[in-house]
Design a protein around this ligand. Sequence first.
Ligand SMILES: [Zn+2]
Length: 210
Amino acid sequence: LAVSVAAKSSSGGWPPGPIPHTVFGEPCLDFVNSRFADYRGSGAEFDRLDIAEWRHWFLARWNFQAPIRVTAETIDQLKQVRSLLRELLSSPGRVSEQNIRRLNRRLAGSPSKWHIESLPAKRSQARLAIELRPMDPGWDSVIACLIVSFGRLATSDGLARVRRCGNPDCTFLFFDDSPNGTRRWCEAANCGNLVNARRFRASKRRNRRR
Ligand SMILES: [Zn+2]
């Protein structure tokens, strides 16, 4: 399946394109954001997980090995995991024992093995890479990688930097990588401008009434 990935990213229209414009440094965030509401408040929802082009983009972006074609059952599983991850990412309190069990069950569905390989030598120094690889690549292993991605955030102070966009109509979760932790929007050019313009119009109306 040949799709050009970078060229087709959408930038704020509706309905949106298959490839997101706003992405973050953890696959669990890109995955959770694959379903979202219209940030302009129409109430419409969009689900990129159902689109083969998005799946291709997502797998390539994170170097995950799984078939782009999926059964309805796999899509259903992926959507369940996405709901669970959204719940965990948007309520950074304690993770319930029930959810811990759910995560461990999913992880157990994809055993992995250590793999060592040589990289091209640098200044005549031999270089090696070592990594955990799934025994059986596929969507179960992608799910395990997504849980590991959540785990990276949850076991560092990263989870405190995951927040919901300040536009009440927008369901995007973003990672705040600003130095002071003051980021408010998934995308300032879309949600920031929209909310600021609304506030400006509302304050003008108030002033006129006075
Ligand atoms: Zn937003």
